[in-house]
Ligand binder design. Structure first.
Ligand code: ANZ
Ligand code: ZN
Length: 794
């Protein structure tokens, strides 16, 4: 049902004017959209229409879209899509009486932006300044209700000072530690990456780890690094998931990534193994270690170690094999081989002709092993600690100092890490110096390691000569807390605190967060962890950052996800110039359900522009008439539209809401009669979230009869949402039946006119959660009985 072609057909059926009305088509540029946009953007700014009343808002609602990172020249239509969808919700909720705060900023520190700067041969700092100007211009042009008085840019010292402060808190509470570990090294980006930043990719039949940024194969390197102990929160991160009001696919991805396994560690003499199947202990025939481990290898390989271990169950000696298929980082790195019940073990046993014992699993073994004391219940997680160090330039310097003198005397702030001290809070930020040799290096250290004037310092404990850490923080630390900062920007003591406690209490957690699902196990996991930690340190009184998270779909162009690497990026600026930001917003939202994305087509853009022209003519002609009554059918249809749009906006089903507006315009046009002033006002309110500039221009015309903004003007965006007349709605709608293979799966209350239009019904069905699941495969046949039922034969 989500077939994009079908969607497009439906679209043209509703918007394309019939041949007879072609003459009535507005000429190109009938709407002076460029003038209108400039006029109202200036007005909103001057009147602080979008500046939230942070201190005294009565019904605060924090509506947030993930802030962009400037990893390209500018924003593309895919980014605009997400911002428009988030903004429409914010505007709608404001008209419903909420004090909506919708901030914006730039995630411009870190590898994303730095890689782009390197590519175009610019200093990262210069790129940041340029992109700040350009991205903000673009973000201004889309007409979102951003509060421009409270922006956050992660690379400014007044922000990263607090990123460093968070690092220090983590260290003080034992959640930041230094460890030598086999970490992911990307030779392309010349830095360490966290597990979340590594993707698995099939190359010639084998699976390899590659860098999510540059696509290079990632190798394992044994390096000393800073880690955040996210694993300490594995259980809590997992346990909260069912209660989160988040898109299901993101919740599923997090559950899988954290990966809880309930099992046992069992002793085989001195050796311990981790197993989820203690009930198969009676069929163990060998132990396997991780000594020969190879990433991505499909073939099982191994070598007998010459040693044996004892199975306490029967006292038998079993051989210990070195193998390539047991992962060193998981469990104890040694497994018990049970060929009869485990495929991988079976493959290995067959290759090396090891014993295969066929015995049924015995559930009583769990109890026996525990009782007799040669094993205990253990919970393991697949989640690994978060590698924070980056051997790069463009990031917040890790605020740590190493003192050799203290290290020798075995003293330090944390006993487990002699010699290491956090930079005292009063000395933050540790400023990132301006240097020319900022390029990443091949030797495993970051560019700052070559700058004495940066790293030479004094031990905060003993005063001896000491050395600063020269790695910088992973950029995902920058973005793990930015939502905490926004409401407190510009507050009285924003210089003294990362976030004001009172303000934070009032505005957070974020009520509605919108973003891409590709961040499921990255940003969305790190943010949850950082929030939980700050909660436990006593800085926050909530422990989940985002009450609701909505994953938007992706914009497809020529059959592929819109992205720079595919070369199918559409620049929104051209469309905004030609058709206006409003038309682009409305078109993007009509491509398909917001959660599913859609296919971007120029022809669709044209049709949408014509549709907006029809709205323009309908309302401007109504505005010039004084107090007429609307045509009865139009008035009824408007009530339908209000009901539909209200319901759809709350659930973010923007495309069906727009379809509702289209029908309403069609009915009004057929009636060839202007709307009454009250109806015109209601209609303008309905389109306001989608078409913020045009709605405002129509509002001033309908309410004053002219184009000039009076002194006491009240913006349409500050009006309350229209109500509909229920009695009219009932008499003009019917129960419509939806069947799949002849079985009734749903009934819907639809308008009399809708009930006659198969395309409209199909569109409604495509967005109905209950029916959707029965229609995963394409229908062979569709039986449509106007005014009664539709039956999908699948
Ligand atoms: C015996 C056994 C019998 C197992 C059986 C499975 C099935 P998850 O769910 O992923 O936690 N295992 C343990 N550590 C491992 C490592 N470092 N590398 C590769 N495999 C490892 O799976 C835990 C199971 O995966 C453990 O239970 C162990 O094999 C294996 F019929 O032990 B089992
Ligand atoms: Zn010292």
């Amino acid at each position: 049902m989500q077939d994009s072609k079908k969607q497009a057909d439906t679209f043209s059926a509703i918007t394309e004017p019939s041949p007879t009305s072609e003459a009535n088509l507005p000429p190109k540029q009938v709407i002076p959209h460029n003038n209108i946009e400039h006029k109202w953007q200036a007005y909103w700014k001057q009147q602080h229409v979008d500046v939230a009343d942070i201190a005294s808002a009565k019904k605060p609602l924090y509506n947030l879209m993930m802030f962009p990172y400037p990893s390209a020249e500018g924003l593309h239509v895919g980014n605009m899509y997400a911002f428009a969808g988030s903004d429409i919700y914010g505007r709608y909720m404001r008209m419903r009486g909420y004090d909506v705060f919708e901030p914006i900023g730039l995630d411009g520190f870190g590898i994303h932006s730095e890689n782009y700067a390197l590519k175009v041969g610019k200093h990262p700092k210069e790129h940041a300044a340029d992109s700040e100007k350009h991205f903000y211009e673009q973000l201004h042009s889309i007409g979102a209700m951003f509060d421009w008085t409270r922006t956050v840019e992660t690379y400014h010292p007044d922000y990263y000072r607090w990123t460093q402060w968070i690092f220090v808190q983590m260290f003080k509470h034992g959640l930041a530690y230094r460890g030598k570990a086999a970490v992911n090294w990307c030779g392309g980006c010349k830095t360490v990456l966290s597990d979340e930043q590594v993707l698995q990719k099939e190359i010639d039949g084998a699976s390899y780890a590659v860098c999510e940024r540059c696509g290079n194969k990632v190798e394992k390197k044994l390096l000393e690094q800073w880690f955040f102990r996210i694993t300490a929160y594995a259980g809590k991160l997992l346990d909260h998931i069912p209660s989160l009001n988040w898109s299901e696919k993101v919740k599923g991805a997090q559950e899988k990534w954290i990966g809880r396994s309930e099992g046992m560690t069992i002793k085989f003499g001195k050796i311990e193994v981790f197993t989820t199947r203690p009930d198969t202990l009676n069929a163990v025939t060998f132990l396997a270690t991780s000594e020969l481990y190879e990433e991505g290898s499909k073939e099982k390989k191994g070598e007998f170690s010459g040693e044996y271990a004892i199975n306490s169950l029967d006292g038998r000696n079993i051989p210990i094999w070195k193998t390539n298929y047991v992962a060193p980082g998981y469990g104890t790195g040694i497994i018990m081989g049970v060929p009869a019940h485990d495929e991988r073990d079976m493959e290995f046993a067959s290759t090396y002709h090891l014993d295969i014992v066929k015995k049924d699993p015995d559930p009583t073994l769990w109890e026996r092993i525990e009782k007799e004391g040669w094993g205990k219940r253990t919970t393991k997680y697949h989640l690994r600690d978060w590698t924070i160090s980056r051997q790069r330039y463009w990031g917040a310097p890790i605020p740590m100092i190493y003192c050799e003198t203290c290290a020798k005397a075995k003293i330090g702030e944390q006993l487990s890490m002699p010699g290491w001290y956090a930079v005292p809070e009063k000395d933050l930020p540790v400023l990132l110096p301006d240097i020319d040799d900022y390029k990443p290096r091949d030797d495993g250290v970051g560019p700052l390691a070559k700058h004495k004037e940066f790293y030479e310092t004094i031990c905060p404990h003993c005063g001896a000569k000491a050395k600063r850490e020269t790695d910088v923080c992973d950029t995902f630390l920058d973005s793990s807390w930015y939502y905490l900062r926004y409401p407190s920007v510009r507050c009285a003591h924003s210089e003294q605190v990362p976030f004001d406690p009172e303000i934070t209490k009032k505005w957070l957690p974020v009520a509605m967060y919108t973003g891409g699902s590709e961040h499921s196990v990255l940003h969305l996991m790190y943010s949850r962890f950082v929030t939980m930690a700050l909660h436990d340190f006593g800085f926050l009184d909530f422990d989940e950052p985002f009450s609701t998270f909505f994953a938007h779909g992706l914009v497809i162009k020529d059959g592929a996800k819109m992205s720079k690497s595919k070369g199918n990026v559409v620049n929104p600026d051209i469309y905004i110039e030609k058709y206006g930001a409003d038309a682009l917003r409305m078109y993007l939202m009509f491509m398909g359900p917001f959660a599913d994305g859609g296919d971007f087509r120029d022809t669709g853009m044209e049709s949408m522009y014509r549709f907006i022209g029809r709205i323009w003519r309908l309302i401007t002609s109504s505005a010039n008439m004084s107090s007429v009554d609307s045509d009865a059918a139009t008035h009824r249809q408007l009530q339908m539209a209000i009901a539909r749009v209200t319901d759809d906006l709350a659930k973010r089903r923007y495309n069906t809401a727009i379809a509702g507006l289209m029908e309403c315009v069609n009915v009004a046009n057929d009636a060839k009669k202007p709307l009454s002033t009250e109806d015109a006002k209601d209609f303008v309110k309905l389109i306001a979230p989608f078409l913020p500039h045009i709605a405002e221009e129509l509002w001033v015309r309908v309410t004053t009869g002219g184009e000039t903004i009076p002194d006491n003007y009240q913006s349409v965006h500050k009006q309350s949402w229209p109500m509909y007349d229920k009695s009219l709605l009932l008499s003009s709608s019917i129960q419509f039946v939806i069947q799949v293979n002849g079985k009734v799966r749903e009934t819907m209350q639809v308008g009399v006119d809708d009930a006659k239009n198969q395309k409209v019904i199909e569109l409604l069905v495509a967005n109905n959660e209950k029916v959707k699941k029965y229609l995963i495969t394409a229908s062979k046949k569709i039986i449509f009985i106007p005014g009664k039922l539709i039956n999908f034969v699948v």
